[in-house]
Structure formats: structure tokens, C-alpha cells
Design a protein around this ligand. Structure first.
Ligand SMILES: [Zn+2]
Ligand SMILES: [Zn+2]
Length: 353
């Protein structure tokens, strides 16, 4: 075991602060990574504040962070695809059982025995739970380490590991291609990636937003059209016309208004997670054989496909890079959606702690 610097929360009411955590020495199949950038996901904030107590109670100290980009410093003897000096990335999960039907289908994110990157029982018993990317260093099994196309901006690449794959995977699953009409609801950390991917996949992309002042930005990100969802006339024009709608809103909203935008056999996929259950009109689904579904991140192979796609199309997240010392302030701003569109922590700032 070795010790490394990290930012951790000691309780659900305490701010994140500098601390030291243990990491395992790399086993034969492990990769040790020096972390350069880590994106801030809304999940980090929920977990740190124990807001998911019912499903995933937080174990303290809690070190969040699952949008990790760094450089390999050491590899185990059996590691084949990485060597010291390589760029590497780690997303929301660091292990799974490898044997269940989900793993065999390369959908490790749905494995009943997966290990999330933080706040999950640590199989290696280095600590009670896994610790995430707000840290100097991390050790991860090779099969859960991803390659980063070298030409991508590394700070902008970090959020691809959660926000990126969360939006890319459903677009691919629902076969978004040229000639399709795609809607993206909500223009935040997730939504802005959805727009970039939908555009790059060649679809006619329409952004639904509540704020007219986001119009220009949506067009810059790749939208063909922007609809202000409060404007009933604008909404009416698009009724029954979408092949696919990606709903990236985590606040309470009326999804029936969007289901009615679908054409026959159209699908609406939720990637945002409003706290309260939604009311869904059965008729909205029945008429037009519409479907409503959800989606969580993506498997390792698909995450690599997404990163390679980003390399080819030069896609990264729009980020505001901050030093780790500003992380608590960033959480405050995140709650007010005051970021365009993702915070990313420059981990070299941790060295001065
Ligand atoms: Zn996330
Ligand atoms: Zn499995």
C-alpha cells in the first residue's frame, strides 16, 4: 500500500478538505495512474452530501470523482495495453464480475456485482470503500482503464468519462444517424454533450430549453434548431416529428409534453434523474407506439468507442477548469447551474497541499 493526497468529505455536512488516503500497490493486472484532471459530476455532490442515503449510503471519508484523465506511472506484469507515460482514463466503474450475462454482453454497467469508482465496497480491502478521482493517484484493473486520443484537450476530455458516455450510449442504442430528428431536453453538463454527439452523428438536432438566452449557445454547440419549451406555438410546430428525444433534465418537469413530440415508434430516453416519480400519460405512449426508457453510462468497450469517436471528431466537453481549492465553491455554483458546462479540476493543484 502507498499513501496519496486527496480531497475528502468527513461527513455529510463538512466541506471537502485536503487529506491522505491509501491506494493498493498495483497487482499484476493493475495500472497505476497519476491523475491530471477530474471532472465534477452532479453525482459527486449527491454522494458527498449523502443525498442518496436510501440506495447508496455514503461511507466517510468520501473521495468522489469519476471523470478521470491521467498518465500511467506503473503497470503490473500482466498488463498488455498500457505502459508508463501513456495517457489513460477511468470512468464510473473500476470492476465487475466478468461472468454474468451483462458482462458477457459487454454491458458491465448493468452487472449486479459491479464496483463503482467511489463509495463502493473495496474488493481489495485497501480501504472500506473505493476512493475516486479527487486525488493524486489511482490504481485500477487494466480492463477498466481507457485510452485517451492524444490530440484531445485533456481537461475537456475528462467529463467524457461520465457526461460523455451517458449521452453517447443511448444515442447509439437508439440508432441515431443522418436523416433522424433528435431532440435534446435541457442544456447542462449532460445535455450539451448530447447536442455535440447528435450533431456529429449527423442527426437534425433540436434543443428544448426553458431559457431563451441559451439559444445562441445551443446553436454554437451544434443544434440545428432551438425550441423554447414555454412557448406553446413553438412546441406545437414540432409535435409528432421526433425519432428520438434525450431527456437530460434532473428537475421536475412534464415529460408528456415531450412524449407527444415523438413520431410513430419514437423513443424518449431519460438520463437525468428527477427526485420524485413522474406522471406518465398512457395515451401518450399508446398512440404512436411510443416508448419511454432510461439509460446508464455505457460498457467499457462502448466507452472506448466513444473516446475514439471524440478523437476523430475532436469532441470534448466545454469546461471551466478550477484548482482543487475551489471545489466547495464550485459545488455551490453547480447547485445554481452556474457553469458552462462542466467543472474540471486541475489535479496538479493538489500538489501544493
Ligand atoms: Zn457522473
Ligand atoms: Zn457481471
Amino acid at each position: 500500500m502507498y499513501k496519496t493526497k486527496a480531497y475528502a468529505a468527513g461527513s455529510k455536512t463538512s466541506p471537502l478538505a485536503s487529506s491522505t488516503i491509501p491506494r493498493r500497490d498495483p497487482t499484476d493486472s493493475d495500472v497505476q495512474i497519476e491523475i491530471l484532471f477530474c471532472g465534477i459530476c452532479h453525482s459527486d455532490l449527491h454522494q458527498v452530501r449523502d443525498e442518496w442515503h436510501e440506495v447508496m449510503p455514503t461511507v466517510y471519508p468520501c473521495v468522489p470523482g469519476h471523470e478521470i484523465v491521467g498518465r500511467v506511472v506503473k503497470v503490473g506484469r500482466a498488463v498488455k495495453n498500457f505502459k508508463p507515460g501513456d495517457l489513460a482514463a477511468v470512468g464510473c466503474m473500476v470492476d465487475s464480475d466478468g461472468t454474468c450475462p451483462e458482462c458477457e454482453a459487454k454491458l458491465e454497467q448493468y452487472c449486479p456485482n459491479l464496483t463503482l469508482t467511489y463509495n463502493f465496497p473495496d474488493k481489495h480491502k485497501t480501504a472500506p470503500v473505493t476512493y475516486g478521482g479527487y486525488s493524486d493517484s489511482i490504481v485500477v484493473k487494466e480492463s477498466f482503464v481507457l485510452r485517451v486520443p492524444p490530440k484531445l484537450d485533456l481537461a475537456g476530455a475528462a467529463p467524457l468519462l461520465c457526461a460523455g458516455i451517458t449521452t453517447y450510449s443511448p444515442l447509439r442504442h437508439w440508432n441515431v444517424t443522418k436523416g433522424k430528428k433528435v431532440g435534446v431536453v435541457g442544456l447542462g453538463g449532460l445535455g450539451h454533450m448530447g447536442v455535440k454527439f447528435s450533431h456529429a452523428l449527423g442527426a437534425h438536432t433540436v434543443v428544448f430549453t426553458t431559457s431563451p438566452n441559451k439559444k445562441e449557445d445551443a446553436l454554437r454547440l451544434g443544434a440545428n434548431e432551438v425550441v423554447v419549451s414555454r412557448n406553446a406555438d413553438e412546441m406545437k410546430k414540432h409535435a409528432g416529428s421526433f425519432d428520438f428525444i434525450l431527456d437530460a433534465v434532473s428537475a421536475e418537469h412534464d415529460i408528456n409534453a415531450y412524449i407527444s413530440m415523438l413520431r410513430r415508434d419514437g423513443n424518449l430516453t431519460l438520463v437525468g434523474a428527477p427526485e420524485k416519480p413522474m406522471a406518465v400519460s398512457a395515451f401518450g405512449l399508446i398512440m404512436g407506439r411510443h416508448s419511454l426508457s432510461g439509460s446508464a453510462i455505457g460498457g467499457i468497450a462502448e466507452t472506448q468507442e466513444m473516446l475514439d469517436f471524440c478523437g476523430k471528431h475532436n469532441i470534448t466537453s466545454d469546461v471551466e477548469v478550477i484548482p482543487i481549492q475551489k471545489v466547495n465553491e464550485a459545488y455551490g455554483r453547480l447547485l445554481k447551474s452556474d457553469v458552462k458546462y462542466r467543472f474540471c479540476i486541475d489535479m496538479t493543484s493538489l500538489k501544493s497541499e
